[in-house]
Design a protein around this ligand. Structure first.
Ligand code: FAD
Ligand code: 2HG
Ligand code: ZN
Length: 495
């Protein structure tokens, strides 16, 4: 095992980035047309000079992880649904490939061009149109930053039923397109359950107006659900109505240290039993995750000693005394059962925020150390950590490599990350396809919440039956017969 502190050096960006097409040398550019000056003039006529960018496009071309990069020469930022429709209609007529882009925080190489696809950025479509304080519903455009949405609905006593570490950059439209998970699924369920209505633009410029604020609507096919998790391959999401939970009044947090993953599971089980409806996050991380955030980001652990595993449980409720009492009783039971050997409860909002920041900053800490290979999988809870151990064993002879496991325990969602000082095809071949074969064997999912993007597209068969992949292709042909929407993503391109 290489202790994280030995890997603490920032690798120059240029040695990290793999052009999408170089990472997959067998991937060939589709038979799309190339952009001409006439096209740019046409787009400028639709969105105006301020909606067109042709220079300083690195941010749009490269992913958050600095692992994939394309070379678009054109970014278009429409300001209305009609502009999105006119832009897409022209792209479709001219067979110009398009990548919709939100906050560009995706972790699977889905939001960037692979070759020279046009980036259609939602950044200027960022209006929060209406908040209904009685029904608890927000209507907004796809380009609203999650944090801004959360702050705005917070002013009315509501919260967004989705929260994730990228909240300051990701857009609600990107969250819908990836069907993001995050920290609150255990409490509010998957995002798709909170979506009341959506407006989407198809590649031929048709506007599918499925806006609605009704909780109940049994009038036939629920078309919006097809676009949730479609990763920009079917159309562009422009507007959404979301049902909002009431903001909690009391938020409490406890961090426990455990000797084994079995003990973490026992703590989890006990916490669900004792805390019931007030549980709002159940997260875990291993010791290397904790060392990473401590050493790399300087965030201190509130526990005196280090432990093999950590379990973080958060409660959100409406009565501080009641919630506190429940959490205290829960922690007592945990210690009586012996499944945790150490623990702290947050005594203030700041302490609670600090505890959660330890968990949320694992991804940024690991990014700073080297090249990240990310596996975001669903597994039966008892098998979640054995996969990390198997991978650790496989990469043990690779210089400077280490692996960590953390994730959303309450959703059976493991984040297995492998880090090497630089990109290594040899390390990759030790991990893939083994990791997908194992997940498939255990009947898990090879993408729990991040989506398929470019990086996972060719592995879809490990989680989907051929009959389902064929149906997905048929649907793609219905909505996007020219295949201009986010090519090379989500659906396998190697068959
Ligand atoms: P982008 O990255 O810009 O795009 C993602 C995909 O959606 C692309 O395929 C893109 O083409 C498509 N897309 C974007 N907008 C639209 C649109 N309006 N219409 C159609 N298609 C569109 N994810 C989780 O699920 N849970 C987490 O806990 C989590 N934590 C994270 C923490 C960090 C620090 C980081 C960097 C990322 C994290 N992510 C997490 C991943 C990422 O933030 C989510 O996938 C997020 O939903 C992406 O939103 P975005 O606006 O950045 O979309
Ligand atoms: C999280 O839960 C995110 O922190 C990122 O989903 C996970 O980077 C990862 O592997
Ligand atoms: Zn996650």
């Amino acid at each position: 095992m290489i202790p994280v502190r030995h890997c603490l050096k920032l690798v120059p960006l240029c040695s990290q980035i793999r052009h999408g097409s170089r990472m997959f040398p067998q991937l060939k550019r589709g038979s799309f047309n190339r952009i001409t000056d006439e096209d740019v003039n046409r787009f400028t006529g639709i969105v105006g000079e301020t909606g067109i960018k042709t220079e300083e496009l690195d941010h749009y071309n490269t992913d958050w992880l600095n692992t994939v990069s394309g070379f678009t020469e054109l970014v278009i930022s429409p300001k209305s649904v009609e502009e999105v429709a006119a832009v897409l209609r022209h792209c479709n007529e001219r067979r110009l490939a398009v990548v919709p882009q939100g906050g560009n925080t995706g972790l699977v190489g889905g939001s960037n061009p692979v070759f020279d696809e046009i980036v259609l950025s939602l950044e200027r479509l960022n209006n929060i149109s209406h908040i209904d304080p009685y029904a608890g519903i927000v209507e907004c455009e796809a380009g609203v930053i999650l944090q801004n949405l959360s702050d705005k609905v917070g002013e009315h006593g509501y919260t967004v039923p989705l929260d994730l570490g990228a909240r300051g950059s990701c857009f609600i439209g990107g969250n819908l397109a990836t069907h993001a998970g995050g920290l609150r699924v255990v409490r509010y369920g998957q995002l798709r359950g909170s979506v009341l209505g959506m407006r989407v633009v198809l590649p031929d410029g048709q506007i599918l107006d499925g806006r609605s604020n009704m909780r109940k609507d049994n009038t036939g096919y629920d078309i919006k659900q097809l676009f949730i998790g479609s990763e920009g391959t079917l159309g562009v999401i422009t507007d959404v109505s979301l049902l909002l939970p009431q903001s909690p009044v009391s938020v409490n947090m406890a961090l426990l240290g455990c000797d084994s993953f079995d003990d973490v599971i026992k703590c989890y089980r006990l916490s669900r039993q004792c805390l019931g409806e007030i549980v709002s996050a159940c997260e875990f991380m291993d010791s290397l995750c904790m060392t990473s955030v401590n050493d790399i980001l300087g965030l201190a652990s509130p526990l005196e000693n280090s432990h093999k595993f950590y379990y973080l449980v958060e409660t959100s409720g409406m009565n501080m005394d009641h919630d506190m009492e429940k959490l205290e009783t829960c922690i007592e039971k945990v210690f009586e059962s012996g499944c945790a050997t150490d623990g702290v409860m947050a005594a203030s909002k700041d302490q609670a925020r600090h505890m959660m920041s330890l968990r949320e900053n694992i991804a940024p800490a690991l990014k700073a150390v080297g090249f990240n290979y990310k596996y975001d999988v669903s597994l039966p809870i008892q098998h979640m950590y054995s996969l990390v151990e198997q991978i650790r064993n496989k990469i043990r002879l690779t210089e400077g490599a280490f692996s960590v496991g953390y994730g959303h325990l309450g959703d059976n969602n493991l984040h297995l990350n492998v880090i090497t000082p630089h990109y290594s095809a040899q390390a990759l071949s030790l991990i893939e396809p083994f990791v997908y074969e194992e997940v498939s064997r255990l009947k898990g999912s090879i993408s729990a919440e991040h989506g398929m993007g470019l990086k996972k597209a060719n592995y879809l068969r490990y989680s989907k039956d051929p009959s389902m992949i064929a149906m997905m292709r048929s649907l793609k042909d219905v909505f996007d017969p020219n295949g201009i929407m986010n090519p090379y993503k989500l659906l396998p391109w190697n068959d």
